[in-house]
Structures are given as structure tokens and as C-alpha cells.
Design a protein around this ligand. Structure first.
Ligand SMILES: *Cc1c(COP(=O)(O)O)cnc(C)c1O
Length: 369
């Protein structure tokens, strides 16, 4: 049996262990330390974000954004329905109500049309929107940002999967009031676990830093007026992040190359269509995602498992989750259809053309059988 091929496995640059060594040398295992600052600077330099805060994970970053924006008990918060639960859990942490908006087929991401429709027709105005750039592909973020501005709704970009994705020359995560990135184990870069909160608003990032370190007032005796969290990133993990940032563009290029190989090998098959890319955008193609004709995706997933290759259905939309059976929604069937037919294919940057060729052959055989 061949070695298992994963959806997206960690891929170190080679520098990480040396940087971790320096952390040990300095004994700044904790608290914080130089690598946390360096990692934040790396993210700011790369994305053009004005301010950055390294935290324990992407979910914590979203939580801090909601807290800083004053979103709480009973507030309405809009979100992409077609996403991973990490996008929306923090809405529940704050006692707010998630309202799910469907995708469109042009981007597979949040539909600006449905968003606008909701905001024009709703009786109670939502406080914020959390929009996901799914699988590293850009949502129609300029349009979405305009709509949010017009209606006075805060915009939080869930760019957990989309570090390196660019819309009209600008990085995802930098259009909203806040943006977040994740460095969880299978993301395009990983620190084994970690996240980053970014914003052009310095005071907001300062406030998020305060909440992320137990809301300590500036007194030696630990004075507290508000409650906070223990959400800061460790210096050891930040050292991994600094090593990973050296190769972010190589990783984006390789992810896009893998997508290109699948497209070249499977693109002319009528029964298959790939996740699109909006004009004037460069997605990071974190995972190659595609849809099959009815029923085929299950057969394909099983056939790939037989040759020890991982694949996975597309995210099950939030409005279909039992957890959110009572949540409000504005949906038109788009994400339900994508979910019922789609798969993510193995897209690890360690893969070779031969791997992609072998997987594509198996897919062809399976859907023709
Ligand atoms: C991974 C992910 C998150 C959560 O990030 P963590 O670092 O795992 O907390 C949130 N949203 C999306 C879309 C993700 O893929």
C-alpha cells in the first residue's frame, strides 16, 4: 500500500527548528518573546494589514473581534452559511444570534445579492457580518464591504483558509473592520495551532490584546474592571510561524499548481466542475474543490479511500446543522447543492505530479464505471 496522501499536511520550510532553538536558548519559552513580535510583523508586511495580534487560534481571533466590537447578548450577526463551524462558534460565545446567508455559484462564497436583500428587508439590523473566503478562494469582498458600509454593519473577514489570497491587488483579511487568519494543522501554513487578528484600527487591536491577556489593568497588583481571556500565542509556536512565513508564496504557488494539474487532467470531463475564481482575484487554492454529478462524489470518496488517499465532502452548510435548526437564514439552495455533490481533493504541497495523476486516473475510472 502507498503512503497515505492527506488533504493538506504540514510542510515545514526547514528554518523552524533553528528558530525554536533560539527560543530555547533565550529561555523565552514564555511569556511571549521576540518571535511573537516577529511573526506579527511578518503578517503585517505580507498582507499589508496595519496591526496584528498573534493568538492561540483563529476561533479565538474571531471571538476577540466580536468582543471588541461590543457584540453581545441578543445581537444579530450575519455569517456565510457555507463555512466551517469555527467561523460562527464565537457568535454563540457572545450570546448573539447567528443568521445565515447563502452562497452564489459565481464564487461559492457569500452572495452579495442575498446579503443586500436581507439588509434591505430586515426589521432588526444586524451588528456585524462574518464572511468566509472558502477553501482560500476570494469572496466578492469589495461588493460585500460596500454593502456593509452602506448599511452600517461591521465586517469581519474569516480568512482562516485564505492567507495569500488577493482581490484586486489587496489581501483577503484587510478589507473588513477585522480579519483573521488560522495556522491550524492543515491550513496553508501551520504553527501546529495558532491564529492572527488584524485590523487597520490600532486601538481595536490594543483592546483585543488587553482582552487576550486576562484584561489586566496597568497596575503591578493585577487590577480588573472587565473579564478577559487567555488567548495569546506562545513564543515557541510563533517561531514556527516565522519559519513558515518564509515560504508562503512558494506554498501558494504549489497549491495553485496542484489545482492546475487536477484541472488539466479532469477539466474536460463533463460530469465535473471546479470551484471558480472571481475575475481580478488570486485564490490560494488551499484545497482543490469540485462538484460531480449526483451521487458520484460518494463513489469517488470511497474509491480514493481504497488507495489510501484522503478526500472530504464540502463543508455542510451551517443552516443544515442540527445545532442551528432554529437559526434565521436567507438561503436559496446553492450551498445545499454544492454540499450534496462536492468533494475536496488531496492538495498537500508535498504532493508530486505523479500523485495527482494517480488520483485523477482513479476518479476517471470511478465516474465512468
Ligand atoms: C480553520 C478555520 C477556522 C478556525 O480556525 P482555528 O485556528 O482552527 O480555530 C475558522 N474558520 C474557517 C473557515 C476555518 O477553516
Amino acid at each position: 500500500m502507498n503512503k497515505r496522501i492527506f488533504l493538506s499536511s504540514p510542510h515545514m520550510s526547514g528554518s523552524e527548528l533553528g528558530y525554536i532553538g533560539e527560543v530555547f536558548e533565550s529561555n523565552y519559552i514564555a511569556p511571549l518573546g521576540e518571535y511573537v513580535n516577529k511573526f506579527e510583523d511578518n503578517i503585517k508586511d505580507y498582507t499589508g494589514a496595519g496591526n496584528a495580534l498573534a493568538v492561540t487560534n483563529g476561533t479565538a481571533a474571531i471571538h476577540l473581534a466580536l468582543r471588541v466590537l461590543g457584540i453581545g447578548e441578543g445581537d444579530d450577526v450575519l455569517a456565510s452559511s457555507f463555512t466551517f463551524i469555527g467561523s460562527v462558534n464565537a457568535i454563540l460565545y457572545q450570546g448573539a444570534n447567528p443568521i445565515f446567508i447563502d452562497s452564489d455559484f459565481e464564487s461559492w462564497n457569500l452572495s452579495p445579492k442575498l446579503l443586500n436583500k436581507y439588509l434591505c428587508e430586515c426589521e432588526k439590523k444586524p451588528k456585524a457580518l462574518i464572511v468566509t473566503h472558502l477553501y482560500g478562494q476570494c469572496a466578492d469582498i469589495e461588493k460585500i464591504a460596500d454593502i456593509c458600509r452602506f448599511h452600517g454593519v461591521y465586517l469581519i473577514e474569516d480568512a482562516a483558509e485564505s492567507l495569500g489570497a488577493i482581490y484586486n491587488g489587496r489581501h483577503t483579511g484587510t478589507f473588513g473592520d477585522f480579519g483573521i487568519y488560522s495556522f491550524n494543522g492543515n491550513k496553508i501554513l501551520t504553527t501546529s495551532g495558532g491564529g492572527m487578528l488584524v485590523s487597520s484600527n490600532k486601538e481595536w487591536i490594543e483592546k483585543a490584546k488587553f482582552y487576550s491577556t486576562q484584561a489586566k489593568e496597568p497596575f503591578i497588583h493585577y487590577e480588573h474592571n472587565e473579564y478577559g481571556y487567555n488567548y495569546r500565542m506562545s513564543n515557541v509556536l510563533a517561531a514556527i510561524g516565522v519559519g513558515q512565513m518564509e515560504v508562503i508564496e512558494d506554498r501558494v504557488a504549489k497549491k495553485r499548481e496542484i489545482f492546475g494539474w487536477y484541472k488539466e487532467l479532469l477539466g474536460n470531463i463533463e460530469e465535473i466542475s471546479f470551484m471558480p475564481e472571481l475575475e481580478n482575484t488570486r485564490g490560494n487554492r488551499w484545497l482543490t474543490a469540485l462538484v460531480f454529478q449526483d451521487g458520484d462524489h460518494k463513489k469517488v470518496m470511497k474509491a480514493l479511500e481504497d488507495i489510501n488517499v484522503e478526500s472530504r465532502p464540502l463543508w455542510k452548510p451551517m443552516h443544515m446543522q442540527p445545532l442551528f435548526k432554529d437559526a434565521k437564514r436567507l438561503v436559496d439552495g446553492t450551498s445545499e447543492e454544492l454540499f450534496s455533490k462536492g468533494l475536496c481533493l488531496a492538495s498537500s504541497t508535498t504532493m508530486s505530479y505523479e500523485d495527482v495523476f494517480m488520483i485523477s486516473q482513479k476518479i476517471k475510472e470511478t465516474i465512468k464505471a
